[in-house]
Write a protein that binds this ligand. Structure first.
Ligand SMILES: [Zn+2]
Ligand SMILES: [Zn+2]
Length: 395
């Protein structure tokens, strides 16, 4: 590995920043202390800082040379509503809040790169350091864009890194095209006519209708969708009734749809409405459908994905850069930035959990797990990658 010496030498100092952030997790749009730490740290290194974009967002900018070509590097700042089960000293100080997705590490890798870039000044142009709030379901990236992120800080391309448990430390993964899925939520409300369970002929039973709708929805995946297009439809909620001898008036069915393509999402929305309404109608009931699109698919631009992969080749060796990684059905709001600017989203290997076994408690370590921890060995690797990416982009 070709790591930058100043980053490996200052690993313990950077680790202390990461562990302080880990110990003080804040939920989406409440990242006040976190934003203070990020802003104060950047300012301390002489970096220009703007606050308040997207609420708690922080943007740093390092200008060098005469070119106004610019690269945006993004880290997310928010934690999750999870009770941490780790026992190490830097575990969450707050009940019910935890950095279980490694955003503490993402911020630290970007801070590490910022410090080096501000001191070394080995590029010609602008490096825009984007610290965004509310990645976990709050669409903080979209809020920053709506607040004029790319007008106030023009970027020719944007990049983001996410740690990935199970991928070896020292590996990167990036693919052209989809990396993460879009996510949509739906809720179907079936209205029948309640009454005595012993006299069903005098009722319109919404429970029977709801169950038939649930079965019908799976037909979208198996019959209506082109099998080439990846998609998931999960019904995760059915609510109806309170008594064994009463047919209720209404029933509710809810769930999620994940796809890699807006046209496929359109198909699912159309079909969910049609199946719900016509199934209800067949039984003399009615159905209303609420379909909400949360995050679009995270789709890498091929040119920027290959550019980032080549930079990663230089840092960790080409054999450690996975270029044909399968996309996952999880979602990521960096998708909004990739719709606004060309760019790419990469995974950086967080390892198989060995970093957690020494006094960190056992257990699996997938993201969003209560015993997850970011692997501090990634700080100089991710930091070096960010530095080389910026230098190469702004040669
Ligand atoms: Zn997450
Ligand atoms: Zn995350």
């Amino acid at each position: 590995m070709q790591l930058i010496e100043s980053l490996t030498e200052s690993k313990s100092e950077l680790q202390a920043i990461r562990r302080d952030l880990h110990a003080h997790p804040e939920l989406r749009f409440e990242e006040h202390r976190t934003a203070d730490v990020v802003a104060r740290t950047l300012s301390g290194w002489g970096i220009e800082v703007q606050r308040g974009l997207g609420g708690t967002g922080v943007v740093g900018r390092i200008r060098c040379g005469t070119s106004r070509r610019a690269i945006g590097l993004r880290a997310d700042m928010d934690a999750l509503p999870i009770q941490e089960t780790n026992g190490f000293p830097h575990r969450s100080h707050f009940d019910g809040r935890m950095h279980a997705c490694g955003h503490d590490g993402h911020m630290t890798m970007l801070l590490a790169a910022a410090r080096h870039l501000a001191a070394a000044r080995t590029f010609d142009g602008d490096v825009v350091l984007i610290f965004q709030p509310a990645e976990e379901g709050g669409a903080g990236a979209q809020r920053m864009i709506q607040d004029g992120l790319f007008e106030r800080f023009p970027c020719d391309a944007v990049f983001a890194l996410h740690n990935w448990p199970g991928l070896d430390v020292g590996q990167f993964a990036v693919a052209p095209g989809p990396m993460m899925a879009s996510t949509s939520e739906f809720e179907i409300r079936v209205t029948g006519r309640g009454g005595h369970a012993a006299l069903p002929h005098l009722t319109v039973d919404p429970v029977l209708v709801a169950v038939q709708i649930v079965q019908g929805l799976q037909g979208i995946v198996t019959r209506a969708r082109n099998p080439i297009d990846a998609a998931v439809l999960s019904v995760t909620m059915i609510h109806a009734g309170d008594a064994t001898n009463v047919v209720p008036d209404t029933a509710r069915v809810g769930g999620t749809v994940r796809t890699f393509d807006d046209a496929v999402t359109d198909l699912f929305e159309r079909q969910i409405r049609q199946i719900s309404q016509l199934t209800a109608q067949a039984h003399g009931a009615s159905a209303s459908v609420d379909f909400r699109r949360s995050y679009p698919a995270t789709v890498n631009h091929p040119e920027q994905a290959e550019f980032a992969a080549r930079v990663a080749d230089r840092v960790v060796g080409a054999h450690n850069v996975v270029r044909d990684v399968d996309p996952t059905m999880g979602a990521e709001d960096f998708a909004f930035m990739l719709r606004a600017r060309p760019g790419a989203y990469l995974f950086i290997g967080n390892g198989a959990g060995a970093h957690r076994e020494a006094g960190h408690g056992a257990g699996p370590c997938m993201l969003h797990n209560a015993s997850y921890d970011f692997n501090d060995d990634l700080i100089p690797i991710g930091g070096t990658f960010w530095v080389r990416l910026a230098e190469e982009f702004l040669r």
